[in-house]
Design a protein around this ligand. Structure first.
Ligand code: HEC
Length: 130
């Protein structure tokens, strides 16, 4: 009986370890996803309160459903990761058509660590990427 319970336990552990997570988000981007989805981040409202992950769904800011694919085309000569980093730490530097400046909190560089910002950039790069 004890052995049977032990076998069952091992089986359940294996199931948990192999858990059905099909998300393409891996490594540092996983913590970026976690940060992105918090409703409160530092002393600010979290990213997800203003940015939907569904195309066409506008909350306060633009939806970011395919930002990983679009980021490299926003500004001539600015690579995707650089555009995303700038969008986070200095949001009014480039304001997307149809949106107003001054809405996105300007102080993420103080609210988040450098590693957090990097993780967010890595996560955003996965959105809509082939
Ligand atoms: C209070 C609302 C608000 C919050 C919170 C917010 N944003 Fe924004 N964000 C905006 C608005 C409005 C814009 C569009 C105007 C602009 O470019 O500044 C924007 C623009 C962006 C863009 C550029 C989008 C594009 O299509 O070019 C990115 C990337 C972005 N935000 C990421 C984030 C991340 C990551 C967080 C969390 C750390 C965050 N935002 C938190 C409102 C918000």
């Amino acid at each position: 009986m004890i052995r049977r319970i032990a076998t069952m336990f091992a089986f359940v552990l294996t199931l948990v370890a192999c858990g059905g997570d099909n998300s393409p988000v891996t490594g540092v981007a996983t913590s970026g996803e976690d940060l992105f989805k918090r409703t409160v981040l530092g002393e600010n409202a979290g990213c997800v309160t203003c940015h939907s992950l569904k195309e066409g769904v506008v909350l306060v800011g633009p939806p970011l459903a395919i930002i990983g694919a679009d980021a490299g085309d926003r500004q001539a000569g600015v690579a995707a990761a650089d555009y995303l980093r700038m969008s986070i730490v200095d949001p009014d530097n480039f304001v997307l058509d149809g949106f107003d400046p001054g809405r996105m909190p300007p102080d993420w560089a103080e609210q988040l660590s450098e590693a957090d910002i990097e993780a967010l950039v890595e996560y955003l790069l996965t959105l809509g990427a082939e």
